[in-house]
Write a protein that binds this ligand. Structure first.
Ligand SMILES: Cc1cc2nc3c(=O)[nH]c(=O)nc-3n(C[C@H](O)[C@H](O)[C@H](O)COP(=O)(O)O)c2cc1C
Length: 201
């Protein structure tokens, strides 16, 4: 039985989605997957980043220590967990730019049957988290990917906000998580690896 190759692909300005991604990385390893944690490249100019101390702090802390995501990571992976912030109910431009580079892989049929699942954060409890996940998943439908959403497959989903589309959390203005969603993340990762295992066996 081959190990699932899991890419945890995230974008984060102030650290919330990095935290979710780190839990996902840890749980992927515990679930027996070969895991890569990669960050979607920052596109904002340094002048914009510097206007928000938390953004600057997070950017400086991760720019050299976490590898940048490339489209090759999607090719490599059997399963992909995405974690991205909500921006007006949608993904950040950085994430869209990254996705738009996947045209070549899509054309070659290399994204078919990738097992994918996504997480998000927003400043408000009802700030558009579900819309962000659905918008992200729209791209995955075009890939022919298998979306391993959590649904209500475990008590952890109910205990962490009950979002069946993917773990979501609200954050304060500095990117600190306002709810404890760790168990939900860990369940979502287990489920994603489990589904992917069925495809590679
Ligand atoms: C341009 C922009 C748009 C945003 N739109 C929303 C929104 O629609 N709803 C919401 O609750 N929070 C919104 N936020 C807050 C972000 O979702 C929040 O900063 C993010 O989830 C923090 O994640 P991170 O620490 O990983 O960057 C927005 C933030 C920015 C900068």
């Amino acid at each position: 039985m081959a190990n699932v190759k899991l890419a945890v692909v995230y974008y984060s300005s102030t650290g919330a989605n990095y935290k979710l991604a780190q839990w996902a990385e840890d749980q992927g390893k515990k679930a027996g997957a070969e895991v890569k944690l990669v960050r979607i490249p920052e596109l904002a100019p340094m002048e914009a980043i510097e206007q928000n101390p938390k953004w600057k702090e997070h950017f400086m802390a991760t720019k050299d220590s976490v590898p940048e995501a490339t489209i090759n990571d999607l090719d490599w992976a059997d399963a992909v967990i995405f974690s991205v912030p909500t921006r007006f109910g949608n993904v950040p431009g950085q994430v869209k730019q990254f996705m738009d580079q996947a045209g070549g892989l899509w054309f070659q049929g290399k994204l078919v049957n990738k097992v994918v699942s996504a997480m998000t954060s927003a400043q408000n409890v009802h700030g558009g988290q579900e819309a962000t996940l659905l918008n992200l998943y729209t791209t995955m439908f075009h890939w022919g990917a298998i979306i391993a959403a959590p649904g209500y497959t475990d008590d952890a989903v109910f205990a962490t906000g009950g979002n069946p589309y993917g773990t979501s959390v609200s954050v304060d203005g500095e990117g600190n998580l306002k709810e404890d969603v760790e168990a939900g993340v860990r369940h979502q990762v287990n489920r994603t690896v489990d589904v992917a295992q069925k495809f590679i066996d």
